[in-house]
Design a protein around this ligand. Structure first.
Ligand code: URA
Length: 236
């Protein structure tokens, strides 16, 4: 048996404060009967909990999209520096979330957070070839030779053999879109440094079927929608 506020806030959709308000407004039901107290306990496997008549699955896992700002680590804890978990409210820092793959401290953009270990592994497995798209600004001008080198699969100075990748040069030639199917350490920066065009700014726009929500400001997050979660299921 678990408290209603714990069950509902654990989905990532409402804070405990919001659950309290929902209950007060009579919007939460358990097997069709209005729940009066947020601390009431239920067997989540045996009870249909609903908000505004919409059943809330007793979901085991939480899936969030975060617009990672620069200056925070893609880690769950660090003794000195802020991590992406510090951007979440307290009730979501205790459910075992981890970032799916890492972005460098100064890299911005889409970061998925989940406590669904198997899904995290699938998204990162090299043989799944999940495309990651980055917007990049470099010191220099990108050109078709850079694109051709990316397409051919670059070998970096330290011997790292990169899979074929894409580089689309945008209207302003110091900017481009890079698509990678793998995620080696500092990969975009290293590939562009090898072309003599160091990265000045990097932002991840999408990962597989999930695109960064344009309405999320840096530092903001939201739960994945049903459609987004289904799209991830499609990768199984
Ligand atoms: N490539 C990089 O160099 N840095 C990132 O954060 C992601 C991809």
């Amino acid at each position: 048996m678990e408290r209603l506020d714990k069950i509902l806030s654990g989905t990532g959709r409402w804070s405990r404060r919001e659950v309290k308000d929902l209950v007060k407004a009579g919007r939460v039901t358990a097997d069709g009967a209005v729940v009066r107290r947020p601390e009431e306990k239920f067997d989540r496997a045996a009870t249909v909990l609903a908000v505004d008549g919409e059943p809330v699955d007793g979901e085991k896992y939480v899936y969030l999209m975060l617009h990672k700002p620069g200056g925070v680590l893609s880690a769950t804890e660090d003794p000195k520096q802020p991590t992406v978990l510090d951007l979440l409210p307290p009730h979501l820092r205790r459910v075992g979330l981890f970032p799916v793959g890492r972005l460098d401290k100064d890299t911005e953009g889409l970061l998925l957070l989940t406590n669904d270990g198997p899904l995290g592994h699938r998204l990162l497995a090299p043989k799944k070839h999940v495309d990651k798209v980055y917007f990049v600004r470099v010191d220099g001008k990108l050109d078709q030779e850079d694109s051709a080198a990316f397409r051919a699969g670059m070998t970096l100075d330290d011997g790292l053999q990169c899979l074929p990748a894409e580089l689309e040069v945008l209207e302003s030639p110091d900017t481009g879109l890079v698509t990678l199917r793998e995620g080696k350490y500092h990969q975009v920066k290293r590939m562009l440094a090898a072309r003599g065009k160091p990265v000045l700014y990097l932002k991840r726009l999408s990962m597989g079927p999930i695109a960064l929500d344009q309405d999320l400001a840096p530092g903001a997050w939201r739960p994945l929608t049903e459609a987004e979660r289904e799209a991830l299921e499609g990768l199984r």
